[in-house]
Design a protein around this ligand. Sequence first.
Ligand SMILES: [Cu+2]
Length: 295
Amino acid sequence: HRGHGMPAQGARTEDPAGPSRMMTGARSDLLGGDAGDVKYPYHLVNGRPAEAPEVFRAKPGDRIRVRLVNAGGDTAYRVALGGHRMTVTHTDGFAVEHAETDALLLGMGERYDVLVTAGDGVFPLTALAEGKDATARALLRTGAGAAPKAGARPKELDGRVLTADRLVAAEPAALPARTPDRTVRFQLTGGMARYDWAFNGRPYKASERYPVRAGERVRLVFSNATDMWHPLHLHGHTFALSSAKGAPRKDTAVILPHRTLTADFDADNPGLWMLHCHNVYHAEAGMMTVLGYRR
Ligand SMILES: [Cu+2]
């Protein structure tokens, strides 16, 4: 995985692949230990570094919808808007019962929609690279005043941090109760030493299929046998995050080390659908597979 690194500005190296970006020692309690594998030269919001951020302008009292997407490859972001609380309305495009929070933790591929009521001043919308001691940000400006420093860390980041498992699906988005017709089990395997991330100990092969049938209620049970967290992503469907009534609908869900995650969905969209870890390096190493069914 060395070749993934981008050479740092001005770096001189004899290695055409550039300097190693491998990161060891990134730790996060929220992620259950090891936070990530890759040290990036920059973390960006809307393509811009913290020193030259995008500035959103509004008026004090405006009600603003903020759509957050973690488009990173190897970084969970803890996000907060300084001086504000956020009301979560949707995750991965599906409505949830409104929930207030100071901060959100987004694994790679996860999305959240939040509402805020703008205060008066200049506020950092900060994304802390969880466990990596780096921040990215945009600014919300509704009045006069100097912008906070690029590395400023709003106190909301250390307040209540909401994770998806604590959300409740809004009634129209809830998956109706049904006994699964089929249960498919995946053990998440591999580790940093050999970088052999996989499902069930076998790296991805294009010919591999986990068959399901159209019309079935399918239950995916993931057990994480690794020492690292993984954001699991299923294409073509949204699943209920657990078998519990009112579980939020998601297509990407964080599973912590040595924990189990249950995802129920209806097989109502025939095709070949990737199921993979949304850590792009883990997916490339082999932690992905294909669910497939015909009409
Ligand atoms: Cu992974």
